[in-house]
Design a protein around this ligand. Structure first.
Ligand SMILES: C[S@@+](CC[C@H](N)C(=O)[O-])C[C@H]1O[C@@H](n2cnc3c(N)ncnc32)[C@H](O)[C@@H]1O
Length: 185
């Protein structure tokens, strides 16, 4: 599997309102995110799911997003400002090899990793870092594009998450995706 990173212009397509016809962010995220939560979203692109995470976390919550592409984060910032939720979002530009989130150790309630794990250079390290910032019992929703990622590859990603300290809890249905919900042990 290549680790080719999604080009910045694809960020516009992924954040298009038309995507709601397939993947409604409220339906995907509503079961997991509550007011006041600290939420992590690695690889948010231009924020198709981030805006809903910020609405669900509410004014007392916060959403930390980390991406390696400044243009993705600039698009996300613009969209969040228009939606009136920018103050709830902590936007961080990171290098590909680490999430750089030592300041969040043990504080995250929920992580969304959608259409990003297959782009990472080191999946083991990624899940270890997500485990380090997660509270015991924190949720981790992983989804990968079914047209692009083979089922066996998705299972190997889940095994990496389990080795890092997560337990598989369920297989939510997200259209055109392989998806799994895990919990930090
Ligand atoms: C295919 S896009 C998906 C965007 C978003 N999750 C969505 O579903 O609309 C993948 C995103 O992950 C980011 N990304 C790739 N490698 C990364 C890394 N090592 N750390 C953080 N973000 C990364 C890319 O820059 C891009 O914004």
């Amino acid at each position: 599997m290549s680790h080719r990173v999604c080009p910045w212009w694809l960020g516009y397509l992924l954040a298009s309102p038309l995507r709601r016809l397939l993947q409604d962010p409220r339906k995907v995220l509503g079961p997991y995110v509550r007011e006041g939560m600290t939420v992590l979203e690695p690889g948010p692109g231009m924020g198709f799911f981030t805006l809903e995470l910020a609405r669900l976390a509410g004014p007392s919550g916060r959403v930390v997003v980390v991406d390696i592409q400044p243009r993705m984060l600039a698009g996300l910032r613009r969209r969040a400002a228009r939606a009136g939720v920018l103050s709830r979002i902590d936007i961080r530009l990171v290098s590909p090899n680490t999430l750089g989130l030592a300041d969040l150790a043990g504080s995250v309630d929920f992580t969304l990793a959608i259409a990003v794990v297959h782009e990472l250079p080191n999946v083991e390290r990624f899940f270890t870092e997500v485990a380090e910032v997660s509270k015991p019992g924190a949720g981790l929703l992983i989804a990968e594009p079914a047209g692009h990622i083979k089922p066996g590859h998705f299972e190997s990603e889940l095994q990496a998450a389990i080795r890092a300290g997560f337990v598989l809890e369920g297989r939510p249905s997200i259209r055109r995706s392989h998806a799994a919900l895990l919990r930090k042990a």
